[in-house]
Ligand binder design. Structure first.
Ligand code: MTE
Ligand code: MO
Length: 179
């Protein structure tokens, strides 16, 4: 075989071999919902008016519980989450909604952060059942069991059509008032 032809066959072999070795990225062939998170959360810190309170999963589960059913368009499944209403946590460890706090709540937002530093915002008003429809809960269980690959603590909102504001492995929720 001429060296030039050999080099040609070698090049084709390398290209074909390489294309067979492509590892599918997450969401492209591997299962989209396997969350083996690098960073897990086992407690939640609430920061309200400069005061920090850290609650364990057991402490969260000892508070009044609410179960909400949401549709996850990624899994195409209904999922039933159980946990504490975020408004109950705010009322107990920071601000309860009443005439004296109403303005402050209307002008505040919640920064919800996960162990991987992913974070989203909610307006404080939208988590208050007295003001807005829908439930925002700090879930510690799903479908009667644990959260599985989603960790131990996950924030879920019943009114969101997509799961992008459902934060897995929540570590911190901060109330920020805008002046
Ligand atoms: N901690 C954490 N939570 C997160 C994310 C993230 O990167 N980190 N991604 C969000 C986004 S953009 C989406 S679409 C959903 C995906 O969740 P699912 O794969 O369970 O549907 O999780 C949300 N919660
Ligand atoms: Mo997303």
């Amino acid at each position: 075989m001429k060296p030039i032809r050999f080099a040609g066959y070698l090049a084709i072999a390398v290209i074909l071999g390489g294309s067979l070795c492509v590892i599918p990225a997450r969401g492209q062939g591997m299962t989209e919902h396997a969350h083996t998170e690098a960073a897990l959360s086992t407690s939640l810190t609430l920061v309200i008016d400069g005061k920090a309170t850290t609650l364990s999963v057991t402490e969260l589960q000892a508070m009044p519980q609410k179960t909400i059913t949401v549709h996850n368009p990624h899994t195409k499944m209904d999922e039933s989450y159980t946990g504490v209403e975020l408004s109950d946590l705010l009322a107990k460890y920071g601000v309860a909604l009443d005439k004296t706090t109403q303005r402050k709540i209307l002008r505040s937002y919640l920064r919800v952060e996960g162990a991987d530093h992913y974070f989203v915002l909610y307006s404080a008003a939208e988590v208050e059942g007295e003001i807005h429809n829908g439930d925002v809960i700090v879930a510690t269980g799903m479908n009667g069991g644990g959260l599985g690959e989603d960790g131990a603590i996950k924030l879920v909102a019943s009114q969101d059509k997509k799961p992008m504001r459902w934060v897995r492995n929540v570590t911190k929720i901060t109330l920020v008032t805008v002046d």
